[in-house]
Unconditional design. Structure first.
Length: 440
């Protein structure tokens, strides 16, 4: 039976509220690769929820860990207090993090992880007596959540325009998407590494490098339509930051926890940043949680800059290290390791790539780009109606094909749970292909 819930009172996020409420798309349960709707239909999840349920939905081990913790201790204050699970969760996270990144600050989501990392970067330079380094550099089409810090370094006009003058002292790199040279690339694009040189040529020339605290990028830009780093691009960013004493922050809220077939994109690319922001797959999305994983000497700079009984960093949240979230982190990382899910994603990636590129040549398909278990399919927009074509494909996939996809502008973005199998991959791309052919 369709749900008859009153939809008036909930103001939905990033949603066309009136359109949704005119024909609600309600999900009521989930298991493994599937959601179930209120009218009893199974929906194959091509997006791991929102790039987050990497081990599939309602994994029994994660469910059990949360249930046990909810009945044992629901909450514990974390300011000047502690509980063991938060420390165990930090150690579990460090066990899969790149070497040298071994101090963890917990928060509640990706937006808070970004704001936390930006604050740590600014304060780090200050505690080392370098108060000049106050500038932050993000990137066009970057998505770093919705806090004021995140929208300032982010590069999405629509997310910024209504909210005044965000942070001062922020600048942006150009994004590296270039379909004219890289359309239908399989894996990393060949062309565009030189765009990273702009950091030095333009931005640092404009703002003396000694004024820059940090550069923040998503190694692979997900939310604005799967923008891949050209070969060598991230290595160049790392080298320029090193040369000028600038911290490099990777926002791995999407790319963390196996999405590219390695623990983090940093491992996949062999480029280690100074801090990693993560969330989503951290708990397999079963409880909200975010984290910043920090290089030890950055953490240590705070410890040595103040007296032993002083609070070294004036930052934190009521729910930092929340017991239910901490239990979920430990269980999720255990599942990722125990089921070898990151290797599984790497092994499945070539099949996923072939299936994605089988859409080449179908009506309206301008580009297909992929890496690991991520794929972007860019469509020709309908003249005068940006985003309408992709949204129509989304609706038809949902209502007619029983497949959940995600769209951003006229780009379809896919990021299935890492447990997806070959027939399910065929079904996701088959559904998109059928809808595109029918639209023609
Ligand atoms: N950073 C990146 C790269 C993201 O993709 C997202 C969300 O999709 C965020 C930050 C924000 O995370 P949250 O929605 O958990 O605040």
């Amino acid at each position: 039976m369709p749900n008859t819930v009153n939809t008036d009172h909930f103001w939905m996020p990033f949603t066309a509220n009136r359109q949704f409420k005119s024909r609600p798309r309600m999900l009521v349960s989930a298991s493994g690769m599937y959601y179930k709707t209120d009218d009893g239909r199974e929906i194959l999840d091509g997006t791991a929820g929102l790039w987050c349920s990497n081990a599939g939905h309602c994994h029994p081990k994660i469910v059990a860990a949360i249930q046990k913790q909810a009945a044992t201790m629901d909450f514990a204050p974390m300011f000047q207090m502690g509980h063991p699970l938060a420390f165990e969760a930090a150690s579990a996270l460090v066990s899969i993090a790149p070497e040298g990144l071994n101090r963890v600050f917990f928060c509640n989501d990706g937006s808070e992880a970004v704001d936390t990392a930006l604050k740590i970067a600014l304060a780090y330079h200050q505690v080392r007596g370098n108060g000049l380094r106050t500038r932050l550099i993000g990137r066009e089409r970057g998505y770093h959540g919705v806090g004021f810090g995140g929208i300032a370094v982010g590069g999405i006009a629509g997310n910024r325009k209504n909210f005044g003058a965000t942070l001062a002292g922020v600048d942006h790199l150009r994004h590296p998407l270039d379909i004219s040279r890289n359309a239908f690339s399989r894996g990393l694009p060949e062309h565009g590494a030189e765009i990273a040189d702009e950091l030095e040529q333009r931005l640092l020339a404009l703002h003396d490098p000694a004024t820059v605290a940090a550069v923040i990028v998503e190694p692979l830009q997900g939310s604005t339509g799967v923008i891949l780093p050209p070969k060598g691009y991230l290595q160049k960013l790392r080298a320029i930051c090193d040369k000028h004493g600038i911290l490099l922050i990777f926002d791995e809220v999407i790319t963390g926890f196996g999405r590219l077939g390695a623990s983090f994109a940093a491992d996949y690319f062999g480029v280690v940043p100074d801090m990693i922001c993560c969330a989503k797959g951290l708990t397999n999305a079963a409880v909200p949680m975010g984290a910043v994983i920090v290089r030890q000497d950055i953490h240590d700079a705070f410890m040595s800059a103040s007296a032993e009984n002083a609070i070294e960093l004036a930052h934190g949240y009521t729910y930092t290290g929340h017991p239910l979230a901490a239990a979920a982190v430990i269980a999720a990382i255990d599942v990722y390791k125990g089921e070898n899910l990151f290797d599984r994603a790497a092994a499945m990636a070539p099949y996923f790539e072939d299936a994605a590129h089988s859409l080449k040549g179908l009506p309206y398909v301008k580009d297909v780009r992929n890496l690991g278990l991520v794929c972007g399919i860019e469509l020709e927009p309908i003249a005068g109606k940006p985003a309408a074509r992709a949204f129509d494909v989304f609706l038809k996939c949902f209502w007619e094909q029983g497949v959940l996809i995600r769209t951003t502008g006229d780009i379809i973005a896919l990021s299935p749970p890492l447990i997806i199998d070959k027939p399910q991959i065929d079904r996701v791309f088959g559904a998109i292909g059928d809808v595109l052919k029918a639209q023609h």
